[in-house]
Write a protein that binds this ligand. Structure first.
Ligand SMILES: Nc1ncnc2c1ncn2[C@@H]1O[C@H](COP(=O)(O)OP(=O)(O)O)[C@@H](O)[C@H]1O
Ligand SMILES: [Mg+2]
Length: 345
């Protein structure tokens, strides 16, 4: 086992006998994930980074916030992932008049054959495995928090009864970065519930040409199912079992601590950051780095994984000071500089 590429000695993999016993299953799992990813990118062009990051979010067992202008393929990505991963997917369009019961479901009074009346719970669209919460910032804070509570607890409580959500359960929530009028931005504590913030940008010229050519034909390419929900659960289980080298974990912890004004050694962070990422951010980065390593067929995460994922994992977990916002300071620059200083040391 020790001569398998990607299992460096220092990861302690050879001592990790339970993973070693499952090595054949792990290899098969990685191969299936690669096929699934190829299937998704045969439908969605020019957004490879967004595809990978969203997959990493799901493999890490998390929820993903997708930010991008309309028409960049967010809904298509969510639907395609649902189909390819074999997950039951639903979509909710958030609007100001959407009520918690429209998401969670509600109790209805029914009359049985014996003429007795009883309440029955009708499940709302949240009872699925991959939920696209479109334009989540358009709904009222009350409705947003109903969804965020379900995301956190993975169950729904209505009229004193708890109903478990299916497993796996992932939310892909979208926000339009341009339009802010009439929206309710998610509060910080709720943003922190998203493992990753994926940004979709406009495709380059070649990709856009291909999108237009392929999606306006008589027959549209359709995604094929490549995995089952159980395969997704197995992959999530492997992510948690992959070894985490000490030096990678140390960098993750140092990065999060250096991003907080309380514990930083960076003047820029102290001056511009009102509050930085909490411990959930470090947990998320640790899982996401392992998921990225696995997706690429490596069995231990490295500093490259931190570099690739620091922005999407951390950028929505910052509050800038008033002065920093007025000056137009960018969270991305602050994170990038902080990470560079750690890697240089
Ligand atoms: N990267 C892409 N690859 C393939 N088709 C795309 C891509 N981006 C946009 N499209 C096309 O544009 C349409 C609109 O995309 P959609 O997913 O509804 O956008 P959004 O949800 O971001 O507003 C899709 O149905 C698809 O035909
Ligand atoms: Mg859409």
């Amino acid at each position: 086992m020790t001569n398998v590429p990607g299992f460096p000695e220092e990861t302690g993999f050879s001592q990790n006998s339970s993973l070693e016993r499952d090595a054949a299953r792990l290899d098969a799992c990685v191969a299936r994930l690669g096929e699934a990813r190829d299937m998704v990118s045969s439908i969605i062009f020019g957004q490879d980074q967004a595809i990978d990051q969203t997959l990493i979010g799901i493999l890490s067992g998390g929820h993903v916030l997708m930010i991008g202008a309309p028409g960049l393929g967010k809904s298509l990505l969510a639907h395609t992932l649902g189909k390819v991963l074999g997950l039951i997917d639903k979509r909710i369009q958030f609007t100001p008049d959407l009520m918690p019961a429209d998401i969670l479901g509600s109790e209805v009074l029914e009359e049985g054959i014996d003429s007795k009346r009883a309440f029955r719970f009708i499940k709302g669209p949240v009872f699925c495995q991959l939920l696209l919460a479109d334009e989540i910032n358009r709904a009222s804070p009350r409705t947003q928090s109903a969804l965020l509570q379900a995301m956190q607890e993975r169950e729904v409580s209505v009229a004193g009864y708890s109903h478990s959500l299916p497993a796996p359960f992932h939310v892909l929530a979208t926000q339009n970065p341009l339009e802010q009028e009439g929206t309710y931005p998610l509060p910080e504590a709720q943003l922190d519930r998203f493992l990753l913030e994926v940004r979709l940008s406009y495709p380059d010229q070649d990709a856009e040409r291909r999108i237009v050519a392929e999606t306006t034909r008589h027959k549209q390419p359709r995604p094929r199912q490549m995995l089952h929900a159980d395969d997704v659960i197995e992959a999530q289980d492997f992510v948690r079992r992959l070894p985490m080298p000490d030096r990678v974990l140390d960098t993750i912890i140092s990065l999060c601590r250096e991003c907080r004004p309380e514990s930083t050694s960076h003047d820029n962070i102290r001056r511009h950051v009102a509050w930085g990422p909490g411990t959930r951010a470090a947990q998320s980065l640790s899982l996401a780095c392992r998921a990225r390593a696995m997706l690429q067929g490596r069995f231990a995460p490295s500093h490259d994984d931190i570099a690739a994922l620091a922005l999407p994992v951390l950028r929505h977990r910052f509050g800038l000071t008033y002065g920093a916002r007025a000056e137009g300071q960018s969270v991305d620059t602050l994170i990038t500089e902080t990470l560079a200083s750690l890697q240089g040391s």
